[in-house]
Structures are given as structure tokens and as C-alpha cells.
Design a protein around this ligand. Structure first.
Ligand code: FES
Ligand SMILES: [Fe+2]
Length: 355
């Protein structure tokens, strides 16, 4: 772990801009795979860049979404014989982004060595990921439980909050808010003590094992717990894939019930985050509606609080906010690492271990 970095202090517009320059070197979620059908294009965005995401023959491509002719959105175009063709005047770009057809001047077609930027793109965890740099620094997050036939998977509709990517993600492992913001569901404000827990770095991840957390039993997550309406002690394991994704495994009622939540957050702009959420479980397989309703309640409770946080980006000076020893250890480690990244240090942890 690097401790001798000369940190810049005081977050401001310049600080946000520096962080976002460095975030260009990492994978970010841009669409659910199932939302990009073959021979279709959709629009995405990352850090102020508009993106055209399209698929042909199963292969995904992510281009800068800006036609070189008159600046129209390529995502509005159509896929034509392996090319994306602009909807405005019909220029066609091949899979590497080069202009190969100009319908108004066919004699020029193929002779112009111009094109749009094509960004690295992969599919993992049911999501299309893109990187605005040629060489992504950390591995793309994976979600092996998607291949487990004994689980059901709920893909929530992506949503946007007016907050930074980091504030949004940190909210998931900010343990001491559970009892206050989610009183009666994920905690009890009259019993809000957080036990010390373990935090460590493994590869490109922060790992957290924490608990017990008092949760209530009269909600679908903890279905089948001994007595409805009473509290249940949940244990939670987190894998935080730096810098923008987390996978939570939580115990959920009777032994063997496994609840996982995978959340990937795209920084659309410094103060605008888009969230891609996949919830998997090996119980209550026919209760999607109940789980959707629960998610809606939790999000409505969190949203006003997270959007109210100032500064909108996490301070890149750790002394700018106060931290509670033990309770805030997870968010503090995430911040330390994010500050390293915003200072251009992209080191993964040496220690590697199994899941
Ligand atoms: S703006 Fe795209 S072809 Fe003219
Ligand atoms: Fe919350």
C-alpha cells in the first residue's frame, strides 16, 4: 500500500477534473448487455463523453458518439453490413471507426483516412464495459453467480442520481447509515453500534467482512427467518472492484439462503452517476416483485441523503471530513485508494487469494 504520495489537498473543480482524467484508465459500465441487441445501437456516456454502443455478429463496439461530418449522434444510426451508418447524411464507419462510405460523394468513399475513436469494450457480468484509454489498468469485474442455475437474477432498470460515482458506491458499505436511513428494515436506530470488522486489499479489490448487522425479518430478503417482525443478524462480505463496482454477499435468513447484490456505477459526469444493479438469490425464486419493491424503498431512502452530500465528489483530503474509528474503516480504505488513483498511482495489491 502506498503511503508516501504527495497528495493534493482541497477538492474543487480542478480536483474533480484530475480524478476524472485518471478514471479514463479504468473499465466502466456503459450498458446492460441485454439492452444492446444484434444490429442495434444505443447511447451511453462516460465522464462527459457521449458513446455509441453497437453490436454486429455478436461483437460489441463502443465509439465516440460524434459523426465526423456534422456532429450527429452515431447511436441514432443503423447497423448496415457490419458498419454503423449515421442517420443524418449516411456516412458509414467500419468496426474500427474508419469512414468507408460517403453517399453524397461515392468517389471519396474509402479514400478518406478519418474516423471516430473506437474504445476498448468487453462484456462481463451481463454488462458492457468500456475504457476511454487503450490499456485498462485493473481487471474487469466478474459475477460468477450468473452461471449458477440454482440462483435467480434480477436486473434492475439503470437509474441516475445527481451525485458522484464515488459517493454513490461508498453508500453501499457505509455501514453506520443502515440503522438510521433504513430503520426498521436494514437496521435499528436504537441499536446502531457497528462492530469492528476486517478490511483488506486483494488484487484490484477492497475486501470487507463485516457483521453482525441487525436486520428485520418482515421483508423478502430475510424471508423464512425464525420470527417475522423481529431482528436477524446478517453477515456481509463485500468485494469492491476499484474504482466503481461492488459485490455484496449477505446471509439472508435460514442457513443456505444467499443474497448477492452487484452494483456498477458509471461516472457520466463529475456529479452524475448511472447505476447498473443485479440482484441474485437462491431462494424466494418467484418473488421478483417483492424484491423490486424493497429495492425501490431502499433507494428512495438513500437518494436524498446521498445527493445532499457536499462536496459532491469525495474529498481528496482525508482530513476534510471526520471519520469514526472502526465503523468507517471500509469507506476510509476506499477513499485512500481512490486518492492514489487520482494521483496517478494504479497499483494493485500484491496479495491475491481465492474468493
Ligand atoms: S452528420 Fe453524420 S453523415 Fe452528416
Ligand atoms: Fe442505504
Amino acid at each position: 500500500m502506498s503511503t508516501d504520495i504527495a497528495f493534493e489537498t482541497h477538492l474543487d473543480v480542478e480536483g474533480e477534473s484530475r480524478l476524472h482524467q485518471h478514471l479514463r484508465h479504468f473499465w466502466h459500465p456503459v450498458a446492460f448487455s441485454h439492452d444492446v441487441s444484434d444490429d442495434e445501437s444505443v447511447q451511453g456516456a462516460l465522464m462527459g463523453e457521449r458513446l455509441a454502443i453497437w453490436r454486429h455478429d455478436g461483437q460489441i463496439r463502443v465509439f465516440r458518439d460524434l459523426c465526423r461530418h456534422r456532429g450527429a449522434s452515431l447511436a441514432l444510426g443503423r447497423i448496415d453490413d457490419g458498419c454503423i451508418r449515421c442517420s443524418y447524411h449516411g456516412w458509414a464507419y467500419d468496426e474500427s471507426g474508419i469512414v468507408v462510405d460517403i453517399p453524397a460523394r461515392p468517389d471519396l468513399s474509402g479514400s478518406l483516412n478519418v474516423g471516430v475513436d473506437s474504445f476498448p469494450a468487453v462484456e462481463s457480468a451481463g454488462i458492457v464495459w468500456a475504457c476511454l484509454d487503450a490499456e485498462p489498468k485493473f481487471p474487469v469485474p466478474e459475477l460468477p453467480v450468473l452461471d449458477d442455475a440454482s440462483y435467480t437474477h434480477l436486473f434492475y432498470e439503470p437509474y441516475e442520481w445527481r451525485c458522484s460515482m464515488a459517493r454513490r458506491l461508498e453508500n453501499y458499505f457505509d455501514f453506520s447509515h443502515f440503522a438510521h436511513v433504513h430503520h426498521g428494515i436494514l437496521g435499528d436506530r436504537d441499536d446502531a453500534v457497528i462492530a469492528d470488522y476486517e478490511v483488506r486489499r486483494v488484487g484490484g479489490e477492497v475486501r470487507i467482512d463485516a457483521g453482525p448487522f441487525l436486520e428485520f425479518t418482515d421483508n423478502p430478503k430475510n424471508e423464512g427467518s425464525a420470527a417475522a417482525g423481529e431482528t436477524y443478524e446478517a453477515w456481509k462480505r463485500y468485494r469492491i472492484f476499484m474504482p466503481n463496482t461492488m459485490l455484496l454477499h449477505s446471509s439472508a435468513g435460514p442457513d443456505g439462503q444467499d443474497y448477492t447484490l452487484f452494483v456498477a456505477v458509471a461516472p457520466l459526469a463529475p456529479r452524475l452517476a448511472r447505476c447498473f444493479t443485479i440482484q441474485s438469490r437462491n431462494y424466494a425464486l418467484d418473488k421478483d416483485k417483492e424484491f423490486r419493491d424493497l429495492q425501490a424503498v431502499i433507494l428512495e431512502q438513500d437518494k436524498p441523503v446521498v445527493e445532499s452530500q457536499r462536496p459532491e465528489e469525495l474529498p481528496d483530503d482525508l482530513a476534510a471530513e471526520m471519520h469514526v474509528k472502526g465503523a468507517d474503516a471500509g469507506t476510509l480504505e476506499y477513499r485512500r485508494w481512490l486518492i492514489e488513483i487520482s494521483n496517478g498511482v494504479y497499483e494493485q495489491a500484491l496479495a491475491a487469494e481465492g474468493n
